[in-house]
Design a protein around this ligand. Structure first.
Ligand code: EPZ
Length: 429
């Protein structure tokens, strides 16, 4: 195993370049399966979730040409399987997108339930509602989601809950269906728009992505394309918070400022000084402690749930009492126990947390309980007195490309080390 070791108290200064968006990449790569030709995808983040999704396509029969660290060419023409066993899906949530993609291509899919970070129940009833509206028969058979359709016919689907995954999956299943599909109450995240733009670059006919009504007029074929993935607004927001927490001054490059609006607005509330440019943001901390504030996470364009642990960590050292309400997931405060070990004063009741800011956190051995919680532990380590060790960092590697290198270049005293048990295991092999 590996862990990250941070000696806190260093101010972050300089420039950081943001990588491609994880949640766009894990939706766009399965969508390649719908194409008749080769797709060149650029600005792909080099993170384990994306590498795993690319590996699934390879195992299904696609040919993959790695051009460089962030560019691949995928030829899906030889994909010959519509079955995805749990050995290929248990690691992440996005494997569920292969149900929609396989339905769209083969009109059948047999996919083991997805994995993903544990925030409580993560159902796919809205995904299934969409597939059935299009004419598919969906059963859970021997632990597998089995979806089959004679034909897929456009339909109107009103999502009971705003769901990124259901919106993605229904788009993938509908893009080559016969007729018009309307998804109402659809998710509006930047990665939904990016997927729609990718599919349209292949010849799809999708309108309204980014609003809560998406219209998809089915087409017979989709051709190959070249497409560059949008920058990751959650990675960008994470570095913005790290800069403010360490009283630093950082230019965050390769961003789309509009995607960061709710994060920028909330950080300005805490007293941060922010200047926006075309594709970068300069963020400076004010000389005093961050101001307390209230945070409510909700679907885009509200403050994103995937920024909740990072924001709570900043508020843990703010001046005053803040509140954080988790509007999307049932149980996304599991990391608070770890912050408490570092001296944070946070009371959690279900989806609601009261954060009483303290002057300083103190280092402790902590672990990442999920991807964004891991990023929060790193931010806590950057500001804490002493040496913080963060374990379970495989969660962090799922969503942050080169986080140790990027923070080190900004002045953090941070390193990744192999732990004894990994050496023991190596010796035993
Ligand atoms: C996506 O998860 C993201 N993952 C998550 O990011 C993110 O937290 C989430 O969207 C919300 O923005 C990927 O894009 C790979 P949802 P997803 O369907 O699609 C309920 C990260 O850190 N729901 O939008 O699984 C669900 O329980 C990860 O990058 C149903 O009830 O989220 C939740 O309460 C973590 N039935 C709410 O909707 C369904 O069929 C939103 O879930 C589907 C969802």
């Amino acid at each position: 195993m590996e862990k990250i070791i941070i000696n806190g108290g260093h101010i972050l200064r300089g420039e950081v370049t943001i990588s491609g968006a994880k949640n766009a990449a894990v939706a766009i790569i399965p969508a390649v399966m719908l194409s008749d030709g080769i797709c060149r995808i650029e600005n792909i983040p080099c993170i384990s979730d994306v590498n795993a999704i690319i590996r699934i396509l390879y195992d299904l029969g696609a040919s993959i040409k790695v051009i460089d660290k962030s560019t691949v060419e995928i030829d899906p023409s030889h994909i010959n399987s519509f079955v995805l066993p749990s050995s290929m899906t248990s690691g992440m949530r996005a494997s569920s997108y292969f149900i929609g993609a396989m339905l769209g291509r083969f009109k059948k899919a047999r996919v083991a339930p997805p994995g993903g970070c544990d925030f409580g129940v993560r159902p796919i009833d809205q995904h299934i509602k969409g597939f059935e509206a299009l004419g598919a028969k969906v059963i859970i058979d021997n632990g597998m989601v089995d979806a089959r359709a004679e034909t897929l016919t456009g339909s109107s689907i009103f999502l009971d809950k705003v769901s990124v995954g259901a919106t993605v999956n229904i788009m993938l299943a509908a893009v080559k269906a016969t007729g018009l599909t309307i998804i109402e109450n659809s998710a509006k995240e930047p990665h939904i728009v990016d997927l729609a733009n990718f599919l349209n670059s292949m010849g799809a006919n999708i309108m309204g992505a980014g609003t809560d009504v998406i219209k998809i007029r089915g087409v017979k074929t989709l051709h190959g394309t070249t497409y560059s993935i949008i920058p990751d607004q959650i990675e960008a927001g994470t570095y913005m918070i790290a800069a403010v927490a360490t009283k630093g001054e950082v230019l965050v490059k390769n961003v789309i400022p509009k995607h960061l609006e709710s994060i920028t607005a909330k950080l300005i509330e805490t007293g941060a000084l922010i200047e926006e440019f075309d594709d970068s943001i300069m963020i400076r901390s004010n000389p005093n402690r961050p101001k307390s504030c209230s945070v409510l996470t909700m679907p885009h364009p509200s403050f994103p749930t995937d920024m909740q642990p990072q924001m709570t960590t900043l508020l843990a050292i703010a001046d005053g009492v803040s509140t954080v309400t988790e509007g999307v997931w049932d149980n996304r405060f599991r990391y608070v126990d770890q912050l408490t070990l570092m001296g944070a004063k946070i009371k959690v009741d279900g989806r609601f947390a009261v954060v009483t800011g303290v002057e300083m956190l103190s280092s402790a051995p902590v672990h990442a309980s999920d991807l964004r919680a891991g990023a929060a532990m790193i931010i806590a380590g950057l500001v804490a007195n002493g040496t913080t060790e963060v374990d379970n960092i495989e969660y962090i590697d799922r969503g942050y490309e080169d986080i140790v290198e990027k923070l080190g270049a900004l002045g953090a005293d941070i390193k990744r080390v192999r732990t004894a048990d990994s050496n023991l295991r190596k010796a035993a092999l």
